[in-house]
Design a protein around this ligand. Structure first.
Ligand SMILES: [Zn+2]
Length: 240
């Protein structure tokens, strides 16, 4: 099996145990890893799926324990770091361009930094005040992540984009926001039909009166079947 999946999830299990107030986070992580591996062995489940399912179950339990315990003690877990008024903004590693697009559709700012070498991405995210989304499990061992100054969300590259989005949303306790442009992340500004009429395909103009222009790239949007499909996928991806 891909050792990086186990490594990444072990760090996630340890973080959950800490948040839940467990006495022995390392031992607990080892037990949980063993459980997921048994599922891979006995049921033939794909490792990334078996680990993700186990993590989702444990996350819900840890969140319950954490809220019962009160938020006064221990480090603030990722899901309690952000709220509606202070949403996270993301820096995605180069393999997560697809996830960046879906995060924008979900209403979050998500950036790529192709000019920054991979090993510099954690410092870049910290400098810009962004949450790092990465498929590199080794990032979790970096001092700035372990010390809590940088929030880094690791997702396995073997999962689908919808599954990655689901993990990131659960991890940070996020909800859907007003959609942004999937291409550039710009806000979508309601715009009178007459102002954009020359750009509307004639058949669309017959049945749609509401239009939006991206403040970043000036792309034209309307709630057609494409938009509805995206929203349906997002709702499925963020459902607990
Ligand atoms: Zn745009």
């Amino acid at each position: 099996m891909d050792g990086r999946i186990e490594h990444g999830f072990r760090a996630r299990f340890r973080a959950l145990a800490l948040a839940a107030g467990g006495a022995d986070p390392e031992g607990w992580a080892t037990g949980t890893v063993g459980e997921a591996l048994a599922r891979v062995r006995n049921e033939g489940t794909a490792p990334s799926r078996a680990f993700a399912d186990t993590w989702i179950r444990e996350l819900h339990l840890a969140r319950g324990d954490w809220s019962r315990r009160g938020s006064g003690s221990g480090p603030t877990p990722p899901w309690a770091r952000f709220d509606e008024a202070h949403p996270p903004r993301f820096l995605c590693d180069p393999s997560l361009g697809g996830l960046a697009r879906w995060l924008r559709a979900a209403g979050y700012e998500a950036f790529l930094a192709p000019e920054v070498p991979g090993y510099r991405l954690p410092e870049e995210a910290l400098r810009r005040g962004l949450v790092l989304l990465t498929t590199e499990a080794e990032v979790l061992d970096r001092r700035i992540v372990a010390a809590g100054s940088l929030v880094a969300v690791w997702v396995p590259s073997a999962l689908t984009v919808a599954e990655q989005l689901h993990m990131a949303f659960l991890d940070l306790g996020l909800a859907l926001r007003e959609p942004r442009c999937m291409a550039c992340g710009g806000t979508l500004v309601p715009t009178p039909k007459e102002a954009v009429r020359p750009r509307i395909p004639p058949r669309t103009a017959l049945w749609k009166d509401e239009y939006f222009v991206c403040a970043g790239c000036e792309g034209l949007f309307w709630r057609g079947t494409h938009w509805e499909r995206i929203e349906a996928t997002l709702r499925r991806a963020v459902a607990a």
